[in-house]
Design a protein. Structure first.
Length: 296
């Protein structure tokens, strides 16, 4: 009886000792986010708007603003977005060497889940994320995109296309189509026809699309929010020609270097983002008025 008792005691004691040994070796395992703490970010792709933008850029039929709210089938979503590839691209963007132990994985057919551990990730030579790192991850994700080169249409080479684009803007303004596109956050429709461009001995068939100016380009041209208070130069010129296409630097399309269309911001999504940003600026600058915060 005593021998059997000792044998049972050893059978229980040895596994307990082994488990205790691994329990104190915290560098050999990693705590989950529920124990270690951290942040889970979930991003969803607006596939309906993606479909409209692709349709517009490919020169198909004019975009229907109401299509932004129409549900797409699972097959249509997969044709527009490869969510697994997107997750892999985000991983390479925010943690290329895997030193911060960030997990990026698909969640359904249009969502990506990003797990950012605050602690417990420092095992095996990996670093733990702090709050500043998490904010940096958000910034990197917001700046993700595809590098794309486009030639700006000019009066010398694209005179016919510029005239057609301006006529299209005027027609859509009268019909109310521009207002609906603005509220949906979509660009104005470009001419659907192909145009022949001749440069030297070369000829090419081209189509035109409207492209939003990047913040850097707007600042360089004096069209950023900071220029609104001055109300002069190109800002004042475009403000006076809202909802019209204007040649720059001259409205004579034969010599214009580019065609610019300006409109008031009516996108519900963009206005909501701007409202949140204004609230943040108010909290960080309690002594300033909204007019003083606008250039920020």
């Amino acid at each position: 009886m005593q021998r059997n008792y000792l044998r049972g005691l050893l059978i229980c004691l040895v596994p307990c000792l082994v488990a205790a040994l691994f329990a104190v070796r915290t560098d050999k395992y990693r705590l989950g986010i529920d124990l270690a703490g951290g942040t889970i970010l979930v991003y969803e792709v607006n596939v309906e708007r993606t479909a409209i933008r692709k349709q517009t850029e490919q020169g198909g039929k004019e975009a229907d603003p109401s299509a932004a709210t129409k549900a797409l089938t699972a097959d249509e979503v997969r044709q527009l977005v490869n969510i697994s590839d997107l997750a892999a691209q985000i991983k390479r963007r925010i943690d290329p060497t895997d030193i911060k132990n960030v997990t990026v994985r698909p969640s359904g057919d249009r969502r990506v889940e990003i797990i950012l551990p605050l602690s417990g990730a420092a095992s095996s030579g990996k670093e733990a994320l702090n709050q500043e790192d998490i904010e940096e991850v958000k910034r990197l994700i917001s700046q993700m995109g595809v590098l794309e080169f486009r030639i700006i249409a000019n009066g010398t080479d694209d005179g016919e296309g510029l005239r057609a684009a301006r006529d299209k803007i005027d027609a859509d303004e009268k019909s109310g189509a521009l207002k609906a596109l603005a509220e949906a956050g979509l660009p104005p429709a470009a001419p659907a026809d192909e145009f022949t461009v001749e440069i030297g001995d070369s000829k090419a068939k081209v189509k035109y699309v409207w492209t939003e100016l990047a913040p850097e380009a707007r600042a360089e041209m004096g069209l950023s929010n900071a220029n609104e208070l001055e109300n002069k130069g190109l800002w004042a010129e475009l403000k006076a020609a809202r909802n019209r296409a204007v040649g720059v630097p001259t409205n004579d399309l034969a010599t214009a270097r580019r065609l610019i269309y300006s409109r008031e911001c009516a996108s519900r999504e963009r206005l909501a983002i701007e409202a949140l940003e204004l609230e943040r600026l108010r909290r960080e600058n309690p002594g300033k008025s909204d007019e003083e915060l606008e250039p920020l």
